[in-house]
Design a protein around this ligand. Structure first.
Ligand code: FES
Ligand SMILES: [Fe+2]
Length: 342
């Protein structure tokens, strides 16, 4: 039912600072926590004793102690202590999932067997704090993964759904270019807007006023990672021939698309910028703005899903702006992602 042999974003590293977090990922309940030495661990979120969520337990040193009767687990999920006896039943171990922290995001490998690190997306902008500042967040959507893919691959919706912040008329009217790398399961969508209005999202942070050149270059690494490379610059001021581009502003807008269970998806996001680095006020502004933008998407997808449950005969009429989304659907289908029957 899910594409399992991939990495998905499971948590923001800041969420794990104080206590364990529970997430349902690809239908499985997972407890994520950070040990006292700083190791991040993901265990099946069900105690083998009576099924109490381990995420309600307590981290003690390098171990997690169940909050019901005290079964105690190490980072590998091995039960190392039970109350009242020395003998530990061999079936008392829980599954441990490979996890990998890259800056503010924690990834989880949901496949069976060895984790494939060659498949781990790279997010250096969340790690290199000298040259990039970032803000992050997560939302849960009561709609399936495929609706979030559709949403992110067609940014023309910014003009209408996000018209007070990032949407301007030209996002919808500028034609897109689409490229598909079938072998690597990557869909690229390019939209280069010339001499367009600077939306509030960028006007407040870059200081650019009036018209700008605004590029939106999407790279969707199916199934779970989406990167929007945004370039904002003065009109007719392209990157230099050698590729350097110091005179422009760059923002990396990252999404982790993590199926929760059937019909639900987590929407992890991160905004990393190479301007106003270290400026806490800009952090606050962007975090607030992006939280509102994501909420607009969440609300729209929740409405769409509720509608499709009530009105099962909804059909689709696709147009040119949908080419990115349709390409993503084809790539996901080629990977074995099941499509809805209707
Ligand atoms: S349910 Fe965890 S120790 Fe009893
Ligand atoms: Fe959106």
């Amino acid at each position: 039912m899910f594409l399992r042999e991939y990495w998905y974003v499971a948590a923001l590293s800041t969420e794990l600072e104080s206590r364990p977090v529970t997430r349902q990922i690809l239908g499985e309940h997972v407890a994520l926590f950070k040990t006292e030495s700083g190791e991040i661990v993901a265990l099946a979120d069900s105690c083998p004793h009576r099924g109490y969520p381990l995420s309600l337990g307590t981290v003690v040193g390098e171990q997690l102690v169940c909050g019901y009767h005290g079964f105690t687990f190490d980072c590998a999920g091995t039960c190392v202590a039970v109350p009242g006896q020395d003998h530990i039943p061999s079936r008392a171990n829980v599954r441990s999932y490979p996890v990998h922290q890259q800056g503010k995001w924690v990834w989880i490998w949901m496949g069976h067997g060895e984790a494939d690190y060659a498949k781990l997306p790279s997010t250096p902008w969340l790690v290199d704090t000298e040259n990039w500042s970032s803000v992050v967040g997560v939302a849960r959507i009561e709609a399936p993964f495929r609706l979030l893919v559709d949403n992110l691959l067609d940014l023309s919706h910014e003009t209408y759904l996000h018209n007070g912040s990032i949407g301007t008329p030209e996002v919808a009217t500028t034609p897109i270019e689409v490229e598909v790398d079938e072998a690597s399961h990557v869909v690229r969508v390019y939209r280069h807007m010339k001499a367009v209005e600077c939306p509030p999202f960028y006007a407040r942070t870059t200081g650019l006023v009036g018209q700008i050149d605004r590029w939106q270059d999407i790279e969707y690494f199916a199934p779970g990672f989406y990167l929007l490379n945004a370039r904002i610059a003065a009109v007719d001021d392209p990157p230099h021939a050698d590729g350097s581009d110091d005179h422009a502003f760059h923002m990396k807008i990252l999404y982790g698309l993590t199926p929760s269970h059937d019909g639900r998806v987590y929407d992890f996001w991160a905004l990393a910028r190479d301007f106003c680095v270290g400026d806490a006020e800009v952090d606050v502004f962007l975090e607030k703005m992006q939280t509102a933008v994501v909420q607009e998407d969440v609300d729209a997808l929740n409405v769409l899903q509720a509608r499709s449950e009530n009105v099962p005969e909804v059909t689709e009429v696709s147009i040119k702006i949908d080419r990115g989304g349709l390409a993503a659907r084809r790539v996901l289908a080629s990977m074995g992602e099941p499509r809805p029957s209707k």
